[in-house]
Design a protein around this ligand. Structure first.
Ligand SMILES: *[C@@H]1O[C@H](CO)[C@@H](O)[C@H](O)[C@H]1NC(C)=O
Ligand SMILES: *[C@@H]1O[C@H](CO)[C@@H](O)[C@H](O)[C@H]1NC(C)=O
Length: 992
């Protein structure tokens, strides 16, 4: 036990005795009328008046702690106000010097002229945790000039903090925090002219020992004057919107014991060189912009018990001197940029209870020094670069409750000694490269285990793990064994599984039959049994699990639904994933208020069920792509379309026209109705889709002119009209210009567009002309979507059609091929510096290839074939080093082929059909034996449509990065987010 703990328990003990004596005295004075009244009658009247100023209301909001109405008994039995609950009088003078009405169920506005301000002898006033119904803090506090302690915490006061409070120069403790304000937890209190206020505070309140302004909107820097508050013991400024550079000298205030700067994301700062003789016990900097290293001198903080430097920009190595902090019980360095190994000196922190270095860039092996620390309850190593095996003797940590080592590169076995730590409640080893599960059946000894994550590893087991070993773990709430071959054979009807399960993930576990034991899990919220080989019907008992909200059955071989296909009244399923199964016939939607429906890649037929639009909640994502749905798109989807973000009906047999239903589709980001039999015109209401990013109507029979009206959509990035019956011009001569400020991919190929394009046609295509995005990491359309849903697209690139499972935001393409556009290729094409793919083939373009094309340094694929272009290929094009694929065949080009290597690498067929094109290079290429690829009849449409594999075709365009993701991962990602919300230990852990 530490010294401070010891002394505080002594104080607690003494206080208990004092209180006991006090109540005996009270008792005596109440019944022994001999004692003269201490209370001044005028002050008694003031208190009785005060009592009437507030209503009493016991907690009704569900957030406040249960209150006790102290004033209710005032004046009832005793007239001596000094005996009243919460009132303290000076023992000699009888004046009221203390009033503690904290948590006394006071309700109603705090009047500016409250009689409270007539109790001028008050030295201590506590009004915390009442509900003053968002009234302002009265200015008259400066009547109470003797106040030493003022606590207005969590009392639903609103507005600015009156500067008059700073006249209370006797204040020793000031608490204006508002911890218990109900959500939405916007700050209720703020400061006017914060720099002045804070400077006055530091100068006037020289005696202040405790200052808590947490959740007050300060929105300012902390002035240097704070350094000169000599008495300060405790400074708590949580969530104060602090900005600027925090004066690091404040950490050196000699008496300072506790400093909390939690959640001030814009507050910068650095840790100082700490001196000896610091009193600091509690240091919390969480979610800030603090940066720099942990100084070696941290070891001078010899009294430090709690060190939290988390979710900030700290970097460097963890200094080995940290091991000298012999009183440290909590260490949290998570969410920074720390590198290097954990120093072995950490093994000296004998008092350590919680060790968190998650989400850094730490390397090395599992810090085995931790194994000496027998008091350890929590270990968080997640999301680092740790390697090697987990220590076989981890079982020494006999008090361990949480082991969180996910997201590293640990290999080898899950140590079997782990199963001896009976205190364990939470184990996450997900996302490692663990391969062995020796003695795994002993997991059944961990009777306190609540949460177990072993998914995303490389477990190789000689025989499937018997799922029945979990039947004895009665506390188990969440289990993720995805990727581990499982056997459900030993689970019998007697197997007494806990019915506490809230989340169960058994994805990719080689399960062949629908796991029946789920049936008794009445509390299940989430079930993921995707990527197994489950055949047969979906059992109808599933729909009676009344808490089930998330169900992922994707990537199995399920073929139908058991029982009645009527919606189930009790069901709450909000996310239903049926993707990639063998379902046939009508789709079954168990609950009409489905939010996320993924049913793509099955064999569903029949009409899209109208129940989708009859629910209490409206859908957010509907993905019915790659099925056989017929009939028309239900117009009723428009009834409550305002929450819909993605509508994917691609590749079905839908007919009729697209309903004019988008009037209120403000959140709609994707519309993909490609590969159907839709006809008619595009609906006018599409212009209301102000969030639309992707619009794809490819391969239908839409008969309309170019949708210039969509050019006002500020977010539209992808417009695909390919293979329809669009006609007319691609620009309007009446001056209404192109717009589309974000357009990056436009494919209008294989329609009947005609006319010419003016030379400045590409003048304002801003999103393809310049790249404002400095960020070099790969981003995809949909990244910002909370649902984790991504849109895919098929586009021509390098002469083949390619599917992108996610659309890279830097990908740009213009495909006008297969129309009847004539005239010159607009010179302004040279402005499109970020263009990757240009296809103008199979039109009637004439004139020269514009030399400005040589400006397109990002261009990878250029197809100008089958036009009537004449003249030379501009020699400068030979300098375009990124240009990997070129086709200028079947034109009337002349002269020689540019000397650049990219031009030399093409097949002969890229140039054929230009009788006057000559040059040594072309002869060289065509003189050699024809490579097999060139035998492809490239001029025929069928060949062009032929999909080569991405591996071959995508080379040159960030191979592997762009197209390597699978949709399955996306769903897992979404569920994970849900899980965290539900089961995260608290906000802090919730970020994992
Ligand atoms: C405060 O002022 C209001 C009106 O301004 C009055 O009704 C009330 O009686 C006053 N209260 C006290 C305690 O003087
Ligand atoms: C398009 O619709 C118009 C009438 O609106 C019709 O005259 C024309 O034939 C249609 N075009 C095609 C290709 O079907």
């Amino acid at each position: 036990m530490t010294g401070s703990n010891y002394s505080s328990s002594v104080i607690f003990f003494l206080r208990t005795i004092v209180l006991l004596l006090f109540s005996i005295l009270n008792f005596v004075s109440n019944f022994a009328s001999l004692t003269p009244e201490l209370c001044h009658p005028d002050e008694r009247d003031v208190l009785l008046q005060l009592k009437t100023e507030f209503k009493i209301r016991k907690s009704d909001d569900g957030y406040s702690i249960t209150c006790y109405p102290k004033t209710e008994s005032w004046g009832n039995s005793s007239t001596d106000c000094c005996n009243w609950d919460g009132v303290t009088c000076d023992i000699k003078s009888g004046q009221v010097i203390g009033l503690d009405l904290s948590c006394s169920c006071l309700y109603g506005p705090f009047q500016p002229n409250s009689s409270l301000f007539r109790l001028t002898y008050l030295t201590s006033l506590n009004l915390a945790y009442n509900n003053f119904t968002l009234s302002p803090i009265p200015v008259k506090f400066n009547n109470l000039m003797l106040l030493e302690t003022l606590n207005l915490s969590g009392s639903s006061l609103k507005g600015h903090i009156p500067r008059e409070i700073l006249q209370l120069t006797n204040l020793v403790s000031l608490d204006l925090s508002s911890y218990y304000s109900p959500p939405p937890s916007l700050p209720l209190l703020y400061i006017e002219n914060p720099p002045l206020f804070l400077r006055l505070l530091a100068r006037n309140l020289r005696n202040l020992r405790v200052l808590d302004m947490s959740y007050v909107n300060i929105s300012s820097e902390i002035p240097h004057e704070f350094t000169y508050m000599p008495s300060l013991i405790s400074l708590h400024l949580r969530s104060c919107y602090l900005v600027g550079e925090f004066p690091s000298s404040v950490f050196m205030i000699p008496n300072l014991q506790s400093i909390i700067l939690y959640s001030n994301p814009n507050l910068r700062g650095k840790l100082p060189v700490f001196q000896k003789n610091s009193s600091l016990q509690f240091l919390s900097i969480y979610e800030s912009s603090f940066s720099g290293i942990i100084p070696e001198s941290i070891s001078n903080l010899e009294h430090l018990v709690y060190l939290e430097l988390a979710m900030s920009n700290f970097s460097g190595r963890i200094p080995s001197s940290l091991g000298e902090l012999s009183n440290l019980s909590h260490l949290d360095l998570s969410g920074n940029y720390f590198t290097g190994e954990i120093p072995s000196s950490i093994g000296n922190l004998k008092q350590l209870i919680s060790f968190d270095v998650g989400r850094n860039q730490l390397t090395g092996n599992f810090p085995s020094a931790l194994l000496n620390l027998t008091k350890l309850r929590d270990i968080f190593l997640d999301s680092n670069k740790f390697t090697g095996s987990l220590p076989p003797n981890i079982g020494q940590l006999s008090n361990l409750e949480i082991l969180f080592a996910s997201g590293n590169s640990f290999t080898g076995a899950v140590p079997s000694s782990l199963y001896q730590i009976s205190s364990l409640t939470y184990i996450s080893l997900r996302e490692n490269q663990l391969s062995d599960l020796v003695g795994f059946q002993n997991i059944s000894l961990l009777s306190n285990l609540k949460i177990l994550f072993l998914n995303y590893n490389n477990f190789r087991v000689s025989s499937p793990v018997d799922l029945n070993v979990f039947s004895s773990l009665k506390q188990l709430v969440t289990l993720d064994l995805s990727g581990i071959p499982l056997s459900t054979a030993n689970i019998t009807s007697d197997s007494n599984f806990s019915s506490n399960f809230a989340a169960l993930s058994l994805s990719g576990c080689n399960i062949t039959d629908f796991p029946e034991f789920i049936r008794n899990q009445r509390n299940l919220y989430s079930v993921d049994i995707s990527k197994n080989s489950i055949k047969g019907q979906v059992p109808d008992w599933l729909w009676s699990l009344q808490y089930l909200q998330y169900l992922d059955l994707s990537h199995n071989s399920l073929s139908g639904f058991d029982g009645s296909l009527k919606a189930v009244p009790g069901s709450k399923i909000g996310t239903l994933n049926l993707r990639s199964n063998a379902f046939q016939g009508n789709i079954f939607i168990p609950y009409t208020s489905i939010t996320y429906l993924f049913a793509s890649s099955n064999n569903f037929s029949g009409e899209i069920p109208l129940s989708l639009c009859s629910g209490q909640f409206s859908p957010t994502i509907i993905d019915l792509s790659n099925n056989n749905f017929n009939g028309s798109i239900p117009r009723c989807l428009g009834n409550d379309i305002s929450s819909l973000s993605d509508l994917n009906l691609r590749n079905n047999s839908l007919s009729g026209s697209i309903p004019d239903m988008f009037m209120h589709a403000y959140k709609l980001m994707t519309i993909d109705v490609s590969h159907n039999r839709l006809e008619g015109k595009l609906p006018l209401s599409l212009t209301s889709c102000s969030s639309l990013e992707v619009f794809n109507v490819e391969s239908n029979k839409i008969n309309d002119t170019f949708p210039f009206q969509l050019s006002s959509l500020q977010k539209l990035q992808v417009l695909v009209l390919r293979s329809n019956k669009f006609h007319g011009m691609l620009y309007q001569s009446d001056g209404f210009w192109f717009g589309f400020p974000q357009l990056k991919i436009i494919d209008v190929s294989h329609n009947d567009f005609l006319g010419t394009l003016p030379s400045d046609y590409f003048l304002n295509w801003t999103a393809i002309s310049s790249n404002e995005d400095e960020d070099t990491r790969a981003h995809y359309i949909g990244d910002s979507r909370p649902s984790g849903y991504y849109t895919s697209i098929v586009l021509m690139n390098k002469g083949v059609s390619m599917e992108m499972e996610r659309i890279l935001t830097i990908y740009t393409a213009i495909d006008f091929s297969g129309n009847r556009i004539h005239g010159q290729v607009p010179e302004s094409i040279g402005l499109l510096k970020e263009l990757h793919v240009l296809n103008l083939s199979r039109n009637a373009f004439t004139g020269h290839i514009p030399p400005s094309l040589a400006n397109l340094t990002a261009l990878e694929s250029l197809d100008l074939s089958q036009n009537k272009l004449s003249g030379e290929i501009p020699p400068k094009l030979g300098d375009l080093s990124s240009l990997a694929w070129i086709n200028v065949s079947h034109n009337q080009l002349q002269g020689s082929i540019p000397q650049g290597t990219q031009f030399q690498r093409q097949n002969c067929s890229s140039y054929e059909g230009n009788p006057e094109l000559y040059g040594p290079s072309l002869k060289d290429i065509c003189g050699e034996p024809t490579p097999p690829e060139s035998e492809l009849p490239v001029s025929s449409e069928e060949a062009e449509e032929e999909s080569l594999s991405w591996m071959a075709a995508g080379i040159g365009f960030a191979p592997g990065v762009v197209f390597g993701f699978t949709i399955g991962y996306v769903v897992v990602g979404y569920k994970h987010e849900w899980f965290i919300k539900t089961f995260g230990r608290n906000k802090k852990r919730g970020t994992r």
